[in-house]
Design a protein around this ligand. Structure first.
Ligand code: CTP
Length: 410
């Protein structure tokens, strides 16, 4: 008798449901996940059960719904078993409270214990009122979780419970199911499978073997961009003239090329550019260079006259040879007529996005931990990013890059 081909095991999804009105949509989500052939293991928090019955989810999932950390008759160790066996954990809706507990690493109920015990990808689908969604506490907790590799889907904008309207609506069940399918196929972030080239730091032009002409850029924003791109799943090359190191958790995904002068930066970027899906040009490249003297200029010889020459405009040079579909992001350091100069630069440099820094603003620009920028593009109104960490600025920029790449790829 011929051997029967073994059926592949279905993917096992743990569906976490937290206590918000949108919990009722978890019933539909269970159906949509089942329709894709996945096993669904519902886990409800105590508050979730005020909004939807565990019997409903159990019936739709075709297996028991879990609610208790202890006293589960089906297993003596539910808190680890569910997380260990999952191919993906999706929490829909994820409330502000659930997000906070997860960010803190609490494990005071079955759902948070499952989240801590899993090595599977985790997708959070936030749903809450706009005021809560926009509260920095929620934003910072989500930023922490994103940094740890958690995927965040939504929320959507639209009608909310109680007649309100705005961002905070749970993403529709079919869109969540489709996203889970992508995650199971290997998707790990908005830049997964992309190659991102980032430049950082202020270049140094040698006067002689001892002295250099440079600028105040520290390279922090560029390093934050490289780290954020890696966390979103990209393979990153960082060409840097700065001294800052990439964070250890993502260092494996970032190839670092150290350069000094504008010409070295041009050459290093040119080598990597063709393979890159996106170039984010955060480096402060010198506009001027000079003939370096082979020996140290001696004080006794009198103050020298320095003759500066134009350095290459690296970004404009690369923009001129870009492939269709490549996304280019330039930065603009301005001190006067910030927006008018920047709008001109957007066109002149041939980039898709121009991130404008008023380097004289307090807390922003060179050598600060924080930044405040405006993102200009050719087809959308300017996006203002108020004073925040350079990591958060990087996330906003890369979300725009990911959206442009997705649009180009379609
Ligand atoms: N840039 C570059 N090569 C240079 C100078 C700048 O590639 N020699 C890039 C920067 O990395 C940045 C963008 O061009 O992404 C704008 O840099 P900025 O210094 O603001 O503009 P400049 O072109 O130098 O123009 P200006 O000095 O007139 O402000």
């Amino acid at each position: 008798m011929p051997f029967a081909t073994p059926e592949p095991e279905p993917y096992r999804i743990v569906l976490g449901v937290a206590g918000g009105v949108a919990a009722y949509k978890s019933a539909e989500l269970t159906r949509r996940l089942r329709a894709r052939g996945y096993e669904v293991h519902p886990v409800l928090t105590r508050e979730a059960q005020r909004f939807i019955g565990s019997a409903t989810l159990a019936a739709l999932a075709g297996r028991p719904a879990h609610t208790e950390l202890f006293d589960d008759p089906t297993t003596p160790i539910p808190h680890t078993r569910l997380g260990q066996g999952a191919d993906c954990v999706v929490v829909a809706p994820a409330t502000a409270h659930l997000i906070a507990r997860y960010a803190l690493g609490l494990a005071d109920d079955l759902l948070t214990a499952t989240l801590l015990a899993t090595r599977a990808p985790v997708v959070l689908c936030p749903a809450m009122h706009t005021e809560m969604w926009e509260n920095p506490a929620v934003g910072e907790n989500l930023a922490t979780l994103r940094r740890r590799g958690v995927l965040v889907l939504g929320p959507d904008e639209g009608p909310l419970a109680g007649g309100d309207e705005g961002p905070g609506r749970l993403v529709e069940p079919e869109a969540i199911a489709a996203f889970v399918a992508r995650v199971l196929e290997g998707y790990r972030g908005a830049l997964s499978g992309r190659r991102v080239l980032v430049s950082a730091g202020g270049t140094r032009e040698a006067l002689d073997p001892v002295r250099v002409l440079t600028n105040r850029s520290s390279g922090r924003q560029g390093v934050a961009l490289a780290e954020a791109a890696a966390r979103l799943g990209a393979a990153v090359t960082l060409v840097t003239a700065g001294a800052h190191e990439v964070a250890p958790d993502v260092a494996r995904r970032v190839a670092v090329v150290r350069v000094e002068s504008a010409a070295e930066m041009r050459d290093a970027l040119a080598r990597a550019f063709d393979d890159a899906d996106a170039l984010v040009m955060a480096a402060a490249v010198s506009d001027f260079t000079l003939e370096a003297r082979p020996q140290k200029i001696k004080r006794g010889d009198g103050a020298p006259t320095l003759v500066l020459r134009d350095a290459p405009d690296v970004l404009a040079g690369l923009a001129a040879v870009r492939r269709p579909g490549q996304v280019l992001v330039g930065f603009a350091a301005e001190t006067t007529d910030v927006e008018a100069n920047a709008a001109r630069k957007l066109r002149a440099k041939g980039v898709d996005l121009l991130v404008v820094n008023d380097v004289t603003a307090p807390g922003a620009g060179f050598d600060h931990e924080t930044n405040e920028v405006v993102i200009l593009s050719r087809d959308a109104p300017p996006e203002r990013v108020p004073l925040t960490s350079k990591a958060a600025v990087a996330e906003v920029i890369l979300a725009r890059v990911a959206a442009l790449l997705d649009r180009g790829a379609r």
